[in-house]
Design a protein around this ligand. Sequence first.
Ligand code: SF4
Length: 502
Amino acid sequence: MPVKKSISTTSEPAAPVKVGFVSLGCPKNLVDSEVMMGMLAQSGALLTPNSADADVIVVNTCSFIASAQQESIDTILEMAHHKSGGKAKRLVVAGCLVERFRDEIRKNIPEVDAVVGTGELHKILSAAGVASPPRPASPFNILTSDSLSDVPASHPVTSRPEGDHRRSQGRFARDTWDGAVADLPNYLYDDHTPRILTTPRHSAYIKIAEGCDHPCSFCIIPQLRGQFRSRRFESVIAEAEGLAQSGVREITLIGQDTTCYGEDLGLHDGLALLLEKLAAVEGLRWIRFLYAYPNKITGRLLDTIAAHDNICSYIDVPLQHASATVLKRMKRGGGADLFLRSIEKMRRVIPGVTLRTSFIVGFPGETDAEFEELCSFVNQAGFDWMGAFGYSDQEGAGAFDHHAKLSPREIESRRKSLMSIQKKISKARKKSLIGREFDLLLEGPSSETDLLLEGRTAMHAPEIDGKVFVNDYPAGHEPKGGEFYRCRITAAHDYDLVAEIV
Ligand code: SF4
């Protein structure tokens, strides 16, 4: 689900314009926020975590499903108060909601001064009214870039034949959307783009690709983010090296579909090649990727994960459903038997692999039998982590015109019952870890109670999986956030673990 993140950074007193930033949605959107913040800071803006103190407020929005759109609108309206009754002089709206409702935002929320789509990140400076020359020194963790002229306006055009074909068939068309600009987003940052990390110092996301070519009938991300395009191989490695040198120990590769990485650059098994290279970067202790497409998980990718200690034995593969008939209507393909065989192979090649997936329940026309098939599959597959979303109607998605829509009540009831199945599985799997030892990346004091510390093992991706609460450590050894420790699991809850540092 979308995450609302009020971004906190240190600031420089002499900067002329104070900019407050609110980033909503997924880690891919967070990286966009970090890039825009880097551009702003590089050009002399002062970033403030306090919206009430900002001259300019930027809301980077999410438009994934109806609830995310509503949260985005509520946040824009909340921030608009700082303009009508507070200090702010400008309000900028960025991100996916702009690609979807560009004109309507301007029309219905007059406090909004400028909008910046997902393909226009380089326009954040003029949108925010920040145009001063680059500063020679900055207190921020700006990764690179000598001057703003280095900020690319667009990525060199690369595409996959599959994407070109789908484009010719209208997959990316958005002419029915009021005010959507004709050009599809094509922006992609690189290792020369300024970027401010907002994640803990030891952990960072790297976006390796943008856009998506798949035809999933419930999804409008391709229209919001454009055709699939990969960052240059060397650019990703250079960014990872820079991050490692600045103290980052964990990197998480993201994109709408990381397993397509490099296909537009002419690479075969591009993600496996990239992981191999990244595994050799000094200082990186945990490397993982999220958002694999089921039929793109190759033998070479599994072998690569298995062969390197610093590539986490962790695969996140959103399957969306398990009934072959629903998957066909979703325009995804696959089915329970195929998925079970694939899971068996992942577990065979990577012993102890952690598996995460997510499903959409209540897709139009989903029968009781199809839902039962999904439940039975979840019971058989025994995922370590699982998310379930209720189907959300999106104008512009293929499924929007399907008949036989389920009621919101029925959708929510199915979502809850699927989650209750997973809760039992999760509890049993977590219980089986009691007594075993793992490496733990300590995050710091627990956000839930001052009495505990909390961290993650390689089985836990940042922000989405459960937590490991640490309630004991050897006397005289005060553990530090951002450091790795060996821990023993001493207790298990439904999703979280309790451990002692040994
Ligand atoms: S793979 Fe499917 S669900 Fe994922 S972003 Fe692409 S179209 Fe959307």
